[in-house]
Design a protein around this ligand. Structure first.
Ligand code: PLP
Length: 395
């Protein structure tokens, strides 16, 4: 029997991928399953982006690149940060990685020592705590509720900080809640962070472009440029350009930290795929109309989901500011029915009785809720919601 490391035994496989796999298994058995578990847009990668990859292939750009990304992609990212975020970076402050996931993984490994604490507001992207654990850090979750629109208060942040706190992670708009912090809320959090100069801040802006709120996109540096020297901005092309399979993410931040992350990457994956980097460059430099079209569609589906879910007795769903997820509470149903101990049971029930795969909120550190992705057609969403409604009414 193979003895596995303590490290791997401390982490769990990604629950969102697990739900997707379970749905695929049931489908393979011939069951009619609607998957609302996946975290990826249903649109095809826009044609001009694919074309750039084909051209790169034909031009022979099929070899190793610089570890931190091709100089031209890094320039495109620098221009993007200036254009969209009013942030200035030099090339040694930019690192391109194999997806946003590797960006965060590099960050955890470059920054954390055993026992260093990382503050992660819940509900959180499932991978943050496990990546922190793999790096021997300690994830510290801050719980929120639907009443606070799944956002933390400055008092909660202050209370979570200890002398071991090394990093604070912000993801706005959030996977899974879809909710974004306002400028005023960011300012209040920044005021706390200004009192603690040893804490680094990671702002995961992965859903920057998938938004429809009135204020538009903001991150903490928009309201508090003083934090620039200790903030790392994470972003990528996966969600905005429907490029999840291309595996390109990037980070901008302090040169010393970026250099350390680059060293780690140089000993793990080297560079991200060469042709995917050319495609990402075309995405970032190209016409952004393709993004606007996807966002229009996501917004329509979002509005439908929020209203249709709220029509189901016992389900409460707040509108989001962006992303392609809703995160309704099913707590009332879970509490009332003796069929369920928790949201895992409830999600299992929906899978078996309604044939709809959703991800239970406890996977994101927020039990009682569930994440439904609306990255699928309106027709499928309507079918899914009516099945969920029927299954709940049958209780
Ligand atoms: N950050 C957030 C908040 C995400 O939801 C995801 C994907 O689910 C990522 C980062 C990573 O994206 P990728 O590694 O596919 O680029």
């Amino acid at each position: 029997d193979v003895q596995l490391s303590d490290r791997v035994q401390q982490i769990k496989p990604s629950p969102t991928l697990a739900v997707t796999n379970r749905a695929a298994e049931l489908r393979a058995e011939g069951k009619d399953i609607i998957g609302l578990g996946a975290g990826e847009p249903d649109f095809d990668t826009p044609d001009h982006i694919k074309q750039a990859a084909i051209t790169a292939l034909q031009n022979g750009y099929t070899k190793y690149t610089a570890v931190d990304g091709t100089p031209s992609l890094k320039q495109a990212i620098i221009k993007k940060f200036q254009r969209d975020n009013n942030l200035s970076y030099e090339p040694n402050q930019i690192l391109v990685s194999c997806g946003g996931k590797q960006s965060f993984f590099n960050l955890a490994l470059a920054l954390l020592n055993k026992g260093d604490e990382v503050i992660i507001p819940a509900p959180y992207w499932v991978s943050y705590p496990d990546m922190v654990t793999m790096a021997e850090g300690t994830p510290v979750a801050i719980e929120t509720t639907i009443e606070s629109r799944f956002k933390i208060t400055p008092q909660q942040l202050e209370a979570a900080i200890t002398d071991k706190t090394r990093l604070f992670v912000i993801n706005s708009p959030s996977n899974p809640s879809g909710v974004a912090y306002t400028k005023a809320e960011f300012k209040a959090l920044a005021d706390v962070l200004l009192k603690h100069p040893n804490i680094l801040i990671a702002t995961d802006d992965m859903y920057e472009h998938i938004m429809w709120n009135e204020e538009g996109f903001n991150n903490i540096l928009d309201v508090c440029p003083e934090l620039y020297d200790r903030t790392i901005v994470l972003n990528g092309v996966s969600k905005a350009y429907s490029m999840t399979g291309w595996r390109i993410g990037y980070a901008g931040g302090p040169a010393k930290l970026i250099g350390a992350m680059k060293k780690i990457q140089s000993q793990s994956t080297s560079n991200p795929t060469s042709i995917a980097q050319y495609a990402a460059e075309a995405a970032i430099n190209g016409d952004q109309e393709c993004v606007a079209q996807m966002v229009t569609e996501f917004k329509k589906r979002h509005d439908y989901m929020v209203s249709a879910l709220n029509d189901i007795k016992g389900i409460h769903c707040i509108p989001g500011d962006g992303t392609f997820y809703v995160f309704p509470s099913a707590q009332e149903i879970i509490t009332k029915s003796d069929k369920f101990n928790n949201d895992l049971d409830f999600a299992e029930y929906l899978l078996n009785e309604a044939g709809v795969a959703v991800v239970p909120g406890s996977a994101f550190g927020s039990p009682g809720n569930m994440r439904l992705s609306f990255a699928t057609s309106m027709e499928v969403l309507e079918d899914a919601v009516s099945r969920i409604k029927k299954a709940i009414e049958a209780l």
